[in-house]
Design a protein around this ligand. Structure first.
Ligand SMILES: *Cc1c(COP(=O)(O)O)cnc(C)c1O
Length: 475
């Protein structure tokens, strides 16, 4: 068998036209548009050329580029090109509410309600008794009132919109007092001071970063003040030498001065997370019970529903929000509304909800369950991959993310991977670029697959993707 130098090896790369005659690609042409097959062929050939040019090898065996394996790479490339831009991925990062990975996964109840409403006409804004125009908000109002204990409720596109609408309707041209310790910036450019400015109200900051007292709020109240606002410090916590005014004290100060008490709860939850060994995250019910006039929170954080902004509170306030022209611009769409109603209904059964809402299921899994999954995956991978990598089950910590439980370390188990033939970052890249992308994390020079955020029905796909990424030639 002869050896080829780089130049000769490059000359062995077949022409596009030649390849299109191949049986394997012929059948591909019947399934997807011709331009995609052509793009797939060109991209693959470019990659092969680049691999040869950048390789340290000076000599290549005669049969270094078998036609079958080239066609397989082209098929894989075409499969990637014909996949929708927005597609599912596996979250093995250990961040439960990963904003960049779409936050909460919907429950099956929410998915089927969404499909039902999407598949035909629906009573979105119609009163079935009178046949007259109705309001889309009625579909969730009673549920939200029952679950939170509030008098009235409204839903909009997301929590940023909920805060914007609330301040625009209740405090335009007037002052709103906020603690310096609560000047939150949430990922994706939601900054409390900027949203307040946008709403046309004037932010008055009081206290210091670590300590704010009731007297600080009191001293800032003027005839221009409209409200006191409490913001949940979602993604950080001020610890150490700190002082924060309790919800009850803030409400009573506001009401003594005929001001509104508003709270942006951020994630917000309807269940007590200390039930599954986590630290206490303030619940919506607590904020309402403390007497807050309005409470806003997200639909797709700990609630585990679709992206939405939920506003619950006093009827007099919500009536003003409903009259504001921004409400139309921030309107929730019918698919989201369907998924949100179905999600909220699950909370009516306080026990089952932990199993039925995926984010609560992930949070409440026992370490023993996760260990079991991790050990099985670890064994399978080692068997299928042999000595191309070393796998181990390790103890680690996952996080809630999405601005919930910022300091909480949630015990988990990871399968750590140390590849032998490629670098950890190259493996990470291959996993992200595969047909079913895997998002993991890298620490201690190992790639970590966190099983706390992987659903049972994703385990076999996860294993296949890791095996593929470790065995894949070139690319
Ligand atoms: C997440 C968060 C928001 C933004 O909510 P979205 O639903 O993403 O618009 C606002 N305020 C706080 C405190 C948050 O944690």
């Amino acid at each position: 068998m002869g050896l080829l130098n780089k130049q000769e090896a490059l000359a062995r790369i077949p022409q596009v036209d030649q390849l299109l005659q191949d049986e394997a690609l012929h059948s591909l042409l019947e399934e997807v548009p011709r331009y995609l097959v052509l793009d797939g062929v060109r991209l693959t050939l470019q990659k092969v050329r680049r691999e040869i040019l950048t390789s340290e090898d000076l000599w290549y065996p005669d049969d270094f580029l078998p036609r079958e394996s080239l066609c397989r790479r082209i098929q894989e490339q075409v499969r990637l090109l014909s996949r929708p831009s927005l597609h599912g991925v596996i979250n093995a990062s250990g961040v439960l509410l990963h904003t960049n990975l779409g936050r909460a996964v919907l429950s099956s109840a929410a998915i089927s309600q969404l499909v039902e409403v999407a598949s035909g006409y629906a009573n979105v804004e119609i009163d079935e008794h009178s046949g007259e125009r109705g309001e889309r908000y009625t579909h969730v109002r009673e549920l939200l009132c029952r679950l939170s204990g509030a008098e009235d409720a409204l839903v909009v596109n997301n929590n940023a919109a909920a805060v914007l609408l609330s301040l625009s309707a209740l405090a335009v041209g007037r002052q709103v007092i906020v603690s310096r310790g609560e000047q939150v910036e949430v990922g994706g450019a939601f900054r409390v001071p900027e949203v307040m400015r946008q709403s046309g109200c004037h932010l008055v900051e009081v206290g210091t970063t670590n300590r704010t007292y009731l007297r600080d709020y009191l001293a800032a109240i003027t005839s221009e003040t409209a409200a006191l606002l409490k913001v949940h410090t979602s993604n950080y916590r001020v610890i150490g030498f700190t002082a924060e005014v309790s919800r009850e004290d803030l409400v009573s100060l506001a009401h003594q001065h005929s001001l509104l008490a508003l709270e942006d709860l951020g994630s917000g939850t309807l269940v007590d997370l200390s039930h599954c060994g986590l630290s206490h995250e303030p619940t919506v019910q607590e904020a309402i019970r403390a007497g807050m006039d309005l409470v806003t929170f997200s639909g797709d954080k700990l609630l585990g529903g679709p992206q939405a902004g939920i506003i619950v509170g006093k009827k007099a306030c919500l009536d003003r929000l409903k009259l504001h022209p921004l409400l139309r611009a921030l309107r929730i769409d019918k698919l989201t509304l369907a998924a949100l109603e179905a999600t909220l209904r699950l909370y009516l059964d306080e026990e089952q909800v932990w199993q039925r809402v995926p984010v609560l299921r992930l949070l409440s899994q026992s370490v023993a369950e996760i260990t079991d999954k991790a050990e099985k995956l670890c064994q399978e991978l080692q068997q299928r991959v042999g000595d191309r990598a070393e796998f181990k089950v390790e103890e680690d910590y996952a996080v809630a993310g999405g601005g919930a439980l910022p300091l909480e370390e949630i015990p988990t188990r990871v399968v750590s991977v140390v590849p032998r033939e490629i670098s950890v970052s190259r493996l990470d890249e291959r996993l992200r670029l595969g047909f079913k992308p895997i998002f993991s994390r890298i620490a201690r020079e190992r790639l970590l697959l966190d099983l706390r955020t992987v659903f049972d029905n994703e385990l076999s796909e996860l294993a296949d993707a890791v095996v593929f990424a470790l065995k894949e030639q070139g690319s």
